[in-house]
Design a protein around this ligand. Structure first.
Ligand SMILES: Cc1ncc(COP(=O)(O)O)c(C=O)c1O
Length: 453
């Protein structure tokens, strides 16, 4: 029997999603969360290695954020205020500027996607140029401007035509970037420091630095989308700080900033860019929305920034990320279906696919890759779910299991997870048992009418 909450969701929100969950038997309705733990309607407990796609970096409902919110809720704050400056928005802008002094201006919004759109707008308005360059594989949100710079065709196709003058180049390809910069009037090059949804894809050494130099040479702005990687996820406050000499013109933040409690995002820019785009009586209101910079968003974001600093969470992400990667490397690094364990800090990817070992790999590497891409990542995530761990393949690369746990997760839990992954991977050293298990499961789900359970 489909759970009533899932039935309602299917009836009124997204039926295809519920059907898809039912295909494999993924169905759970999660109703409670605290720290690194989640519980479903059956009171089963899970450890969260997905953490709201990397938003719950401080864990779920962290006590200090809840306490600060409770305090704010009874202070009769002016939550939505447009007749005067929102005092807390100024404080949040200052706190962000302290962390990135070269970009002292903050355009506040409610989602990573909106904050990316704000970056595109400010770049066009400040440079007076139309073109935006982004990367294949890049993920930047789901609004129409976002899709115009999105690196995945499946996401763009149904909504075309999108913004004109948006060009895509392969991530890591400096020559292709220069061709576009030479040919078009480019306002900005927009990219992720590490591509998260494409499967934790790392920039080649020197790529960011040289891409930034090219942008400067051709008068284009250099925008880094740190919605997923920012605020400690990769073991630095900003992922671009892993590289020397990176000095972006605009940085986009979201996810972690709202503590997985309230929607809040920010587009940090140079002062002169903000001034050029919005610096007059005729332009000051050309960007904004009713809830942008609202009080509760600022209250939580300020507390998130304080907690990251006071609790040493960036360092925690670096150390725990290293432990997780090294543990996985030791336990499954030589598994015949594991191509690579990679990442920075607590943004970790396990890439699955052909490794050239085993008879099937030798005679049919294409089959191994296809199964890895379409089935293996989802199946392993499902098996982990049944073992009490929540994680998912990267949304645009199902052959990469992506791990983005809270920075507060303890080391014993990380070690236990590594062992749980190892035990499941041990069952599937070649694809025969995997295909048998998946077929059996799909058969039983079919017999149950693809029931969400
Ligand atoms: C790099 C990046 N940019 C932008 C977004 C969009 O953020 P939101 O889902 O808050 O709109 C995401 C979401 O996953 C992301 O990973």
């Amino acid at each position: 029997m489909t759970h009533p909450a899932a039935a309602l969701y299917a009836e009124h929100v997204n039926p295809a999603f519920v059907r898809l969950l039912g295909t494999f038997g993924y169905g759970r309705v999660f109703v409670r969360a605290r720290g690194v733990e989640l519980w479903d309607t059956e009171e089963r407990r899970y450890i969260d290695f997905l953490a709201g796609f990397g938003a719950a970096s401080l864990g779920h409902n962290p006590p200090r954020l809840i306490a600060r919110l409770n305090e704010a809720l009874v202070q009769d704050l002016c939550h939505v205020m447009h007749i005067g400056p929102q005092a807390l928005a100024g404080e949040l802008g200052e706190a962000l500027a302290q962390r990135l002094p070269a970009l002292p201006m903050a355009l506040l919004s409610l989602s990573g996607g909106e904050a990316v759109e704000a970056a595109i707008k400010v770049a066009r308005a400040a440079t007076g140029r139309p073109a935006i360059v982004s990367c294949e594989g890049g993920f930047h949100g789901s609004g129409l401007a976002n899709l115009s710079v999105m690196g995945h065709r499946r996401w763009r196709k149904p909504f075309e035509p999108l913004l004109p003058e948006c060009h895509r180049v392969p991530f890591g390809d400096l020559e292709a970037l220069e061709v576009v910069l030479k040919k078009h009037r480019v306002a900005a090059f927009l990219l992720e420091s590490i591509q998260g949804e494409a499967g934790v894809v790392m920039a080649p050494d020197n790529y960011l630095r040289e891409a930034q130099d090219l942008c400067r040479r051709y008068g284009a702005l250099f925008i880094l989308d740190e919605v997923q990687t920012g605020l400690g996820r990769t073991g630095r406050l900003f992922a671009f700080q892993h590289f020397n000499g990176i000095d972006p013109d605009i940085v986009v933040l979201g996810k972690t900033l709202g503590g997985a409690l309230v929607p809040v995002a920010a587009t940090l820019t140079r002062r002169d860019l903000q001034e050029k785009a919005y610096g007059t009586a005729k332009t000051f209101d050309l960007h904004g929305s009713t809830y942008a910079g609202y009080a509760l968003g600022c209250v939580v974001a300020l507390e998130v920034l304080r907690a990251i600093k006071d609790e040493g969470l960036v360092e925690a992400s670096e150390q725990k990320g290293r432990r997780l990667r090294e543990g996985l490397q030791r336990r499954i690094g030589t598994h015949p279906l594991v191509r690579e364990v990679r990442g920075r800090g607590l943004l970790v990817g396990i890439e699955l696919g052909d490794t050239g070992s085993g008879w099937l790999q030798r005679i049919a590497p294409g089959v191994v890759n296809a199964v890895s891409r379409e089935v293996l990542g989802q199946w392993l995530a499902l098996r982990l779910l049944e073992a009490g761990y929540v994680c998912q393949p990267a949304s645009q690369a199902w052959n990469v299991l992506k791990l983005t746990p809270p920075f507060t997760m303890d080391e014993a839990t990380i070690d236990a997870f590594v062992e749980a992954v190892g035990v499941i991977f041990d069952e599937y050293r070649d694809l025969g048992p995997l295909i048998a298990d998946v077929s059996r499961r799909i058969g039983s789900q079919y017999m149950n009418g693809w029931d969400f359970r």
